[in-house]
Write a protein that binds this ligand. Structure first.
Ligand code: AMP
Ligand code: MN
Ligand code: MN
Ligand code: MN
Length: 279
């Protein structure tokens, strides 16, 4: 009988950032979906990892401690996933504390800006939706959809939360080299998240991947939750070209019809999987 292949998912979110499930429930759901190796990768936060780890022990899956760091490189917003990090690393803790402070300031600025656009209760509502977790644009988006400002998440980002729109506040996060440095100092590996979502031209994406590799990045997400087979093939081509390893992650945020934990295509050929370390 052929060996059952390993089910991995190395990118997802909980209530520690902009997911809707508590870390414990993310892990339970992953186990129900047959995931063997799961990385919880909340935005600029490791707060969910303790609970996730405890549940993973009960659920019998392997939890890889992770996070997704917001970075700005040459004016572009890029997300860097750190995998197998030590959440107690001083450099990493200090680094993300700075990002959390920037997020908090941005949340206030977004609130003021949206108040001027007629949504006076936006900030309170977004903070309440975030609870103890990080305030993100997603929380503002959920509030605005609930308030009837747009019909769905896609529309609300387009109308309110991207550059040039009333709820958008520009932030210079940290450079990719800084984020990669924190991750490596914490003993982890850095993976460039969802490379095709930045809508970069091929020449820009090549520039990003070259810099990412030169600064000590290890891999790039090749298989993503929202990718078509063509997207996977295209991302695979970029990974091979730059000598980067390949990762796979759903970027699950909430239960819904489209994205599910662990529901990912298999890796295209001629790539080194980042998860071979954890097999
Ligand atoms: P932030 O890091 O606070 O700026 O929020 C970014 C988050 O917003 C991403 O991680 C996504 O979860 C979410 N997001 C960004 N663009 C969209 C979109 N067009 N539709 C739905 N969610 C989005
Ligand atoms: Mn998100
Ligand atoms: Mn992301
Ligand atoms: Mn993500």
């Amino acid at each position: 009988m052929p060996e059952k292949s390993l089910v991995v998912d190395l990118h997802c979110h909980s209530t520690a950032s902009d997911g809707t499930l508590a870390p414990t429930d993310v892990v339970k759901r992953a186990a129900q979906q047959g995931v063997d190796v799961l990385a919880l990768t909340d935005h600029d936060s490791t707060d969910g990892l303790d609970d996730a780890y405890t549940q993973a022990t009960t659920s019998g899956l392997r939890l890889i401690p992770g996070l997704e760091i917001s970075t700005t490189w040459q004016g572009k917003l890029l997300h860097v996933v750190g995998l197998d990090i030590d959440p107690d690393s001083t450099e990493l803790r200090q680094g993300i504390a700075g990002l959390q402070a920037m997020r908090d300031q941005r949340a206030s600025d977004m609130g003021n800006s949206l108040a001027k656009a007629g949504f006076s209760d936006a900030e309170n509502a977004a903070r309440e939706l975030a609870g103890d977790g990080m305030v993100t644009r997603t929380h503002y988006a959920r509030y605005l959809v609930n308030a009837g400002a747009a019909r769905d998440m896609k529309q609300v980002f387009k109308r309110y939360l991207i550059s040039g729109k009333p709820g958008y506040v520009k932030v210079d996060w940290v450079d990719i080299s800084t984020a990669i440095g924190w991750i490596r100092q914490a003993g982890g590996i850095a993976v460039l998240a969802h490379p095709l979502r930045y809508r970069l031209t091929a020449s820009w994406l090549n520039r990003v991947l070259k810099a990412f590799h030169e600064h000590g990045g290890t891999g790039v997400e090749v298989v993503c939750g929202n990718h078509s087979p063509d997207d996977n093939a295209r991302a695979a081509m970029f990974a091979r070209k730059h000598g980067l390893e390949a990762s796979a992650g759903s970027d699950f945020h909430e239960p819904g019809p489209w994205i599910e934990l662990g529901r990912l295509a298999s890796l295209p050929d001629q790539l080194d999987a980042v998860w071979r370390r954890w097999q």
